[in-house]
Design a protein around this ligand. Sequence first.
Ligand code: ADP
Length: 708
Amino acid sequence: MQNTPLSTIDTLQKSFKPIEESETTRLIYELEVHQIELEMQNEELLQTQNQVKKEAEKLAAYARKYATLYDFAPSGYCTLSRAGDIIELNLSAAKMLGKDRGRLINNRLALYVSPETQPRYHLFLESIFTDKAKHTCEIILSVNERSPMHVLLAGTVDETEERCFINVIDITERKQAKETLLLQNKISEQHTAELILANRELTLKSKENEKLAAALNASNKKLITAMQLSDQAVQKYFTLYNIAPCAYFTLSRHSKIIELNLRGAQLLGRQKLTLKGKLFSAFITVESRSVFDHFVEQIFKTNLNQTCELSLTMEGRPLMFVHLEGSLTDNGEHCFLTMLDISARKEKESKIRQLSQAIEQSPVSIIITDTNGSIEYVNSKFGEDTGYSFDEVKGKNITVLNSGHTTGEEYEALWQALKDGSEWHGEFHNRKKNGQFYWESAAFSCIQNSAGETTHYLAITEDITYRKHTEARLVKYAKELKNVNSDLENFAFIASHDLQEPLRMVNSFLNLLEKRLDNQLDETTRQYIHFALDGAARMKILIRDLLQYSRVGTNKEEFSAVDLNAILNHLQDVLRQTIESNAAVIKVQAMPVIIANNTLVRELMLNLLTNALKYRGEEPPEIEVGCREEENRFVLFVKDNGIGISAEYFDKIFIIFQRLHARSRYPGTGIGLAICRRIAELHKGKIWVKSEEGKGSTFFVSFPKSAE
Ligand code: ADP
């Protein structure tokens, strides 16, 4: 209740009316309530008062702060009246105007504006009040002796519209800076102009320079191209040097290898690097050492190109022949060698030497003529055969040897064959230098060049005069032999035929004598007569066989198809008794039909079978007969398991009368196999045996398939 405002209580008292007791109580009560309410309101009022006070203090603080800020703001502030009088200004503005703030209040701001910026200022001030909008303008403040200050004014009317609030900013420095800038700009413009001028000159010069540069560039390019070309050339040279098919070496005076190319290393069979510094002479054979030393010596001594041929030896490689060409290097310190492998050429040369020696020493005459037959070469044998030396026949035609015995057709055939590029073989009856006639066998052929054209003819001739005479003699002898043979055959036939009769008589009379004198004969005489009879019996067989042998050649029976199966069947019948008595087994394979003389083939087979049964061993004979067919002939065979024949007698047993055993053991005349051979030969076939002693024998007889 203490601070209740008096006006409020007055108001409350004025509203009271006289009231009753009870009413009074109630009123007192209400009054108390009001009083409480009033006290409460008072309380609130006090609080509000405090708050207002605080706010006022706060505001005062703000005002102070603002005043301070206002005063010490970096730009000037001033409030002007419509007439332009200064109503208020901060310290910064006062400083700008160069006077105390107090002395400036109510002064016209225009007093401090420089005359030249006066109109602008007035217009600015007027515009602010007229437009009621914000305006700016730049003016110059000129205060006493102080240097003029450029300021920027920004002004606007306040809420009263009777005053305006101006912000003054010192822009002198900015202005000066701007002016400086302008000045600098001018200077720089001047410079630029100068620069442009200089530039023009430079451009001109630069154009000249460009021309010069272009020329330089072109010559540079040419230089680069030339350098590249020379580089390429050097590269090429190195490549060529290295891969050249010819070997190159640079040697010192003492044959030390200074440089070499790949081919050089290849020929010496080593790596290029390992050869540098090595002695070239180390690869030269002992035989060629002196040649090489002389060669190098001459190069250094004469300074002239030298050549030589020598042989090199490399481990594990065949001997190599090389051709060396050497010269001094430009500085005269080394020698440069070119080396060619001439082993192949040397080998060819040696082969040619061998061949020419072979031709020269050939046992036959060799003649080389041109295509007209003019002699270009003859070997020494030609001289021996004809008596002409090479010089005597050189350039002469080969017809120099003609004897007139060879016909024109024969020569024609010879030249025609050669023209056709073929060979010609024939015989000539020619004449030697000494006029003697001689026979020669000749082979003519063509010698062609690499294009296949005939350039020469080659004749290889052999003097066959001796052979010709021998042949003629042989023909004569053969004829004589044939006659003798036929006489002999006749003789054998006649003799054996005619001998049979006296032999029969000897035999008959000996038998008669033995019968007649039976009682008078002593034992010895009886034995003599027996020997004589035995001899006569053996002679009979011998004569029979001989007769048979001589008849083989005279058999005129025609060749015909002979079935060997039929012959063998027949012979087994003929030999049945012998087969059975020997308990022999004969196996006959299927046999072919051959073209032959039936009687002779039967006789041949009979002889072979008889022998197979006769020359038996301990075991009963086992005989196999067969025939194998070959391309041009049939080969029939008779195989037995008999006593066999030692290899040394394989030929002998086919000769007439040749026997290997005593007659007492194996009877016989030794004519059977000779007959077999004659029969085989008459059929243009052969007979032979394969055997081993004690292991049986196999006799083979071949018959040509055709009868001719
Ligand atoms: P030969 O039988 O009348 O004595 P060959 O001319 O038939 O006359 O035979 C000559 C010789 O060949 C015989 O004496 C004999 O020694 C030997 N020979 C022939 N055939 C056979 C055979 N199959 N086995 C062993 N030896 C044989």
